[in-house]
Ligand binder design. Structure first.
Ligand code: ADP
Ligand code: MG
Length: 701
């Protein structure tokens, strides 16, 4: 006889077989017994509660009713054929309808008998009915009526349902599997952690997550499994962090030198905000310790991250190192480059830009200057990561709008130097705390939580189509005052054709309203060649055009302080963080700025909430929290490609407390035992390795 294990292929499970196994693999990624054990219910039907017929409401989901079957009748012809029954309790009557398995039901149901029925009531012509209810003959001798109090509901698919693997079918498989499987499952958390955090064993948790007998047991099981899930993510992240600080020696930026000082005293065009000063202090501290800095700098749009980055780069140069700054798009890299050149004008520094469009010859010169150390600062795009780009002594990497770069890419940059460079990653998309802990748990976090003095909060307005003329009038007034205006259109892949049509119609409309020669319009969208985009962008930056019509390519980073109006067309189609990013393009100078959200009259509830949130607040963190509530972590900008968020059970929107507890627990463990080499942590070490094959204590993984 074959001895089955949890790794046995799913086709060997009783009731599966090759055909169903194929489907389970394709549709649900279930390959082994173990995979099925970890296919948890996504909700539970409460069968502890009974309803009376006169309590039914149209919006109810599945309910359970005790009553008598008083009549049963086959009606209709052919396709319209159905079985209809009357069901009655002391408060009223209900119609039950079946379209399938009619013959069998007609035989097996007993008129006059008492049943527990279970299903979703629907209101039709003032009368409630229930389609395909579950029918259980009521047996007063059986104590636990309805047997399962909380019935697990498993996700399934149309294809699986055709092969009887609907939620019920999967439940039957689980019934056959779980009680055997839990005897084979190995505990993944050591005793001391279970005890300290009052967690039940894995065996118990698995039993109760599939077949809970009450709400309390279910919650205890969920807490245990969520904790485990979050715990091992933190263990991996913090292991990396530990390695960074202990294993990777970093450059020591001993002194604040001439470049930094002269810049600070003579070039800086404004006093730094307290928040900027504080962050610089944190960076000074980090770069002094002898360990490699890995810092995430969060700051709302317009909070002045660039100058902090520049001063950090000057610090690096003053200490004999080179620095580079990487931006996600060509436009941004270009903008940083021209901004930096202006700021450091007169300092004895050499700075260059490298991107995909840098000509070959120029590229070769840059490579040379980098390798022989003549070049101090390099600004660029992804092109910086390429292997051909080598530095003489790279001491600092700044990554702007970093949520687009993964851990892997960061690591690639480290390897560009014998001592890994300090890393400063900047993001203007405020990240809710739980997400930051999970996505960037291996980084230290600085926050610029203060806008430069004199900034006036942007006024935001929501208008429907009927307000368009008012909007044009307002644009004219602002342009009259010498200000500039953005008009942004959505351009989303799925509806690209239609969007392009809207964009073109919008441009036509605008050229009519704002004719040459008095008005000039720049147009930028993602379909244009980079060169043209750049050209148009630059015209707007230099103030040669008053209106910039664009798709979301201008979303991040672009800085034109004279622009005071941001108009967003079809605003309801943008996500919250995107709207906030776009709004951040204005309000960057001293003038009062405005954001006008144009939308159609038809708005979904979510759409309404997004727009009203924008009108209500300018606070990026508040907006990020709302965004997280609305969309869930998987859809937050930039997190999609991060495997870290493939959470089975834990939910970063609601499980903050468990996450914090798990993280604290991991911190504590590493403080005591950084390499997990004591016997009591052996299990942790093994589980970590099992969950992350190839993980190593010598490199970041
Ligand atoms: P972000 O954090 O969005 O990258 P930037 O660094 O582009 O913001 O700064 C936005 C604008 O604010 C720039 O025009 C910059 O020169 C200006 N700025 C930055 N710091 C200060 C400050 N302390 N006082 C006044 N203006 C500042
Ligand atoms: Mg910026």
């Amino acid at each position: 006889m074959i001895e089955y294990t949890l790794r046995s292929p799913i086709e060997y499970l009783k009731g599966v077989g090759p055909q169903k196994a194929d489907l389970l693999k394709k549709e649900l990624n279930i390959f082994t017994f173990d995979d099925l054990v970890h296919h948890y219910p996504f909700r539970y039907l409460d069968r502890t509660r009974f309803y009376k017929i006169n309590q039914l409401q149209p919006e109810m989901s599945n309910v359970q009713i005790l009553g008598r079957l008083i009549n049963i009748e086959l009606i209709g012809q052919k396709k319209g054929k159905r079985l209809v029954a009357q069901f009655k309790d002391e408060t009223g009557e209900l119609e039950l309808v079946w379209f399938q398995s009619i013959r069998w039901l007609e035989k097996s149901l007993t008129v006059g008998a008492v049943y527990i029925i279970f299903g979703k009531p629907t209101l039709y012509n003032g009368q409630f009915s229930m389609t395909h209810p579950e029918m259980d003959l009521y047996n007063p001798a059986k104590k636990n009526i309805g047997n399962l109090s909380l019935q697990p509901v498993y996700s399934s698919t149309e294809k699986l349902k055709q092969f009887y693997l609907d939620t019920k079918g999967i439940q039957r498989l689980q019934e056959g599997l779980i009680s055997w499987a839990v005897k084979k499952v190995e505990e993944s958390l050591p005793e001391h952690i279970l005890k300290k955090h009052r967690l039940i064993t894995k065996t118990e948790a698995l039993l109760n997550i599939h077949f809970p007998t009450n709400q309390q047991d279910l919650q205890t099981a969920q807490r245990r499994l969520k904790f485990e899930e979050l715990f091992f993510i933190q263990l991996k992240l913090l292991k990396n962090k530990l390695l960074q600080t202990h294993k990777f020696k970093g450059h020591i930026f001993e002194e604040v030198g001439d470049n930094f000082n002269i810049f600070y005293r003579e070039k800086l065009p404004f006093p730094l905000t307290n928040a900027q000063k504080r962050v610089l202090k944190e960076i000074r501290h980090d770069t002094h310790t002898g360990a490699q800095m890995n810092r995430l700098l969060q700051g709302d749009v317009g909070s002045g991250k660039t100058v902090v980055a520049l001063m950090t780069m000057l610090l690096a140069v003053d200490n004999g190192c080179q620095a580079c700054m990487m931006a996600p798009t060509e436009i941004l890299a270009q903008q940083h480059y021209s901004g930096l050149i202006k700021l450091i004008d007169g300092l004895p520094l050499s700075i260059k830009i490298l991107s995909g469009s840098t000509p070959k010859k120029e590229r070769r010169l840059i490579h040379e200057a980098l390798e022989n150390g003549e070049l101090n600062i390099l600004v660029g795009t992804h092109a910086l990561i390429e292997d051909t780009v080598k530095f003489k002594n790279l001491g600092l990497v700044v990554i702007d709008e970093q949520h687009r770069f993964g851990v892997e890419q960061r690591a690639k940059l480290w390897r560009k130097n014998h001592l890994p460079p300090h890393m400063l990653v900047m993001t203007a998309t405020p990240i809710p705390r739980t997400l930051a802990m999970t996505l960037y748990g291996d980084l230290d976090v600085s926050v610029i939580d203060e806008l430069p003095a004199g900034r006036k909060p942007i006024k935001t307005l929501h208008l429907f189509e009927s307000g368009r003329l008012r909007m044009f009038g307002f644009m004219r007034e602002e342009i009259e005052k010498g200000r500039q205006v953005y008009v942004v259109y959505p351009l989303i892949k799925e509806s690209e054709k239609l969007d392009l049509m809207h964009l073109e119609a919008g441009i036509e409309n605008l050229t009519r309203e704002f004719p040459l020669p008095k008005y000039r319009i720049s147009i930028v969208h993602g379909k244009m060649p980079a060169k043209d985009k750049d050209f148009e962008m630059q015209r707007f930056v230099r103030g040669e055009t008053q209106i910039m019509v664009a798709t979301t390519v201008i979303e991040v980073g672009v800085n034109v302080p004279n622009a005071t109006v941001m108009i967003i067309e079809n605003a309801e189609r943008f996500g919250l963080s995107q709207l906030h990013q776009l709004r951040g393009r204005v309000g960057r100078g001293g003038e009062q700025s405005f954001c006008i959200l144009m939308s159609s009259n038809k708005l979904s509830n979510d759409g309404k909430l997004r727009l009203s949130t924008m009108v209500r607040t300018n606070d990026g963190f508040e907006i990020a929290e709302t965004d997280l509530q609305l969309r869930g972590p998987g859809d937050i900008a930039g997190t999609q490609q991060s495997g870290i968020l493939d959470l089975k059970l834990a939910d970063l929107t609601t499980d903050q407390e468990i996450l914090q507890e798990a993280r604290n627990s991991v911190i504590h463990i590493f403080e005591e035992d950084p390499t997990l080499s004591t016997p009591k942590n052996a299990l942790l070490r093994n589980t970590l390795i099992q969950k992350n094959p190839g993980i190593s204590w010598d490199k970041i993984s």
